[in-house]
Design a protein around this ligand. Structure first.
Ligand SMILES: Nc1ncnc2c1ncn2[C@@H]1O[C@H](COP(=O)(O)OP(=O)(O)O)[C@@H](O)[C@H]1O
Ligand SMILES: C[C@@](O)(CCOP(=O)(O)OP(=O)(O)O)CC(=O)O
Length: 509
């Protein structure tokens, strides 16, 4: 038996920093970039004395990193014997998932099957879509143009390039491993979630075959909540800190309006540091997880485009630290900025929701006015509204833009006050220029901000023109798009799918 599960990467379009504190919300879009985890047994046959084994084996294969790690798994404690950690996210995902399966699979038949699967050993293969990684340097080094077509020509699940050691801390005298050059889509959250999903399904703790019918309270909804609790815990322990968790939530449930869980939920898992797995997991699964994930995605005929300006990387934890420091040192001003940001975030959300509703209720006028606006700069949008509904639609588009400009303004203010480059000048120029292009609704820095990436929300078919304009100004347009689906059970190894797609395209040609 083989189980393949996948989970998406994310883009936080609004709510950066604020989402760290309940009850502020973040608007997060999940993407077409996915991590895949494949779980199969290490051995098919078990010897007659296997029932007495205290240990089984786990092998983790990462073809893109040309890495293979093997571990001994304690069947009693659900812990891996670690001499040197190779991939803390996967290691924690394995420990938490095995412990969760033991805690939740309680029927006799299920337990017997679980024991057998564990004795057979676990072989986990991990694959991340190219969209998670930055290829900008190699493209430039080869003198190729910064176009999506060049990215498309890369083989799927390419080997991963590392940032140069100089860029990664050796200058400060620390000896550290080279870091993967990333695009900022939340690789650790998508990877952890895919591994937890594949393992929990493989071990019989959840059934991911009927995810289509998930709603809160349904069996599929409860399975997703268990998967979320385990993935979130494993992710926090591996990361050594508790962030807002919007990345894991998007990897599990897809695009959403997210309000964080209370960090106290993870206090016992944190105290044990993941060493006494069964106690930690028994505690985690009985806690009442209070994160909120309301349905939210882009209205129809709007698409998400990401670009890599390639001016360097930013460190989210240190930016968060500086913002928190500023909150302490200037409580009055920071509260004021956060209140304004909160209002603007809600305004943006409400307008996007309003547009989705208008599309649902008045599809024809919606479609025609969005198509017209997609060919014009925003200053001309009001001119093309020819009915009352279209006027409402255009008004809503313009209010959404204004709310977003307000968000950018206060994020910049916050960056200046905290002394961190949340929307640095080079990004401001690019974003202003982008927001003035035909058919562009929004352009901003995702998540914590910084130099690494920009996103844009674009009407109708205007994305190609924006991508071309970005290419000519040295910004690499990425292939990734919004895809509201969260975690998913896959029919097969994605590499075989890519091969059959390639074969069929050869036959067609
Ligand atoms: N394709 C892959 N296969 C296996 N491990 C991967 C792969 N891509 C990334 N990783 C690992 O995932 C982790 C990503 O962590 P991090 O850099 O903190 O990610 P992020 O900031 O994107 O969440 C690293 O430990 C890295 O080695
Ligand atoms: C500041 C934040 O609110 C948003 C950070 O968003 P990013 O998308 O920038 O995240 P990373 O992938 O961790 O770099 C921190 C948080 O919510 O945890």
């Amino acid at each position: 038996m083989e189980v393949v599960a996948s989970a998406p990467g994310k883009v936080l379009v609004a709510g950066g920093y604020l989402v760290l504190e309940r009850p502020n919300a973040g608007l997060v879009l999940s993407t077409s970039a996915r991590f895949y985890a494949i779980v199969r047994p290490l051995r098919d046959e078990l010897s007659h004395d296997s029932w007495a084994w205290a240990w089984s084996d786990v092998k983790v294969t990462s073809p893109q990193l040309s890495r293979e790690a093997t571990y001994k798994l304690s069947l009693k404690k659900s812990t891996l014997q670690l001499t040197e950690s190779a991939n803390p996210f996967v290691e924690q995902a394995v420990q938490f998932s095995v412990a969760a399966a033991k805690v939740t699979v309680t029927d006799k038949e299920g337990k017997e099957a679980l024991d057998k699967l564990l004795l057979q050993g676990l072989h986990i293969t991990i694959l991340g879509c190219n969209d998670f990684y930055s290829y900008r340097n190699q493209i430039e080094a080869r003198g190729l143009p910064l176009t999506p077509e060049v990215l498309l020509s890369l083989p799927p699940f390419c080997s991963i390039t590392f940032n140069s050691e100089v860029a990664n801390g050796t200058m400060t005298g620390e000896k550290c491993k080279p870091e993967v050059a990333k695009t900022g889509l939340g690789s650790s959250a998508a990877m952890t979630t895919s591994v937890v999903a594949a393992l929990l399904h493989y071990l019989g703790a959840v059934n991911l075959s009927c995810l289509g019918q998930s709603s809160s309270g349904s069996a599929a909804g409860r399975d997703l909540d268990l998967l979320h609790a385990i993935a979130q815990s494993a992710h926090c322990i591996a990361q050594g800190k508790i962030g807002s968790g919007f990345d894991v939530s998007a990897a599990v449930y897809g695009s959403q309006r997210y309000t964080r869980f209370s960090p106290e939920i993870l206090s016992s898992a944190q105290v044990t540091g993941g060493h006494c797995m069964s106690d930690a997991v028994a505690d985690i699964v009985t806690r009442s997880w209070d994160h909120e994930k309301d349905k939210f995605s882009l209205p129809p005929l709007m698409s998400l485009l990401l670009g890599e300006p390639g001016t360097g990387g930013s460190s989210t934890p240190s930016m968060v630290g500086s913002v928190k420091q500023w909150q302490k040192s200037d409580p009055q001003k920071s509260k004021d900025t956060w209140t304004k940001l909160g209002i603007a975030n809600s305004m943006l959300e409400n307008q996007l929701r309003n547009l989705s509703k208008l599309a649902e209720d008045h599809w024809e006028p919606y479609e025609s006015v969005l198509r017209s606006c997609s060919r014009l700069m925003c200053s001309k949008w009001t001119e093309v509204a020819t009915s009352q509904h279209q006027e409402l639609i255009v008004r809503s588009l313009l209010v959404a833009r204004d709310a977003f400009l307000e968000i950018r303004l206060h994020m910049r203010e916050m960056g200046i006050a905290a002394g961190v480059p949340i929307e640095p000048e080079s990004q401001t120029q690019l974003l202003d220029a982008t927001m003035n292009m035909e058919g562009v609704l929004l352009a901003g820095v995702p998540g914590a901000g910084g130099f690494d990436a920009v996103f844009s929300v674009i009407l109708g078919d205007a994305s190609d023109a924006v991508a071309k304009a970005w290419t000519s100004s040295g910004v690499l347009p990425l292939l990734v798009r919004e895809d509201p689906h969260g975690v998913s059970l896959e029919a097969c190894d994605p590499r075989t799918r890519e091969v059959s797609a390639a074969v069929s395209s050869i036959q067609i040609n």
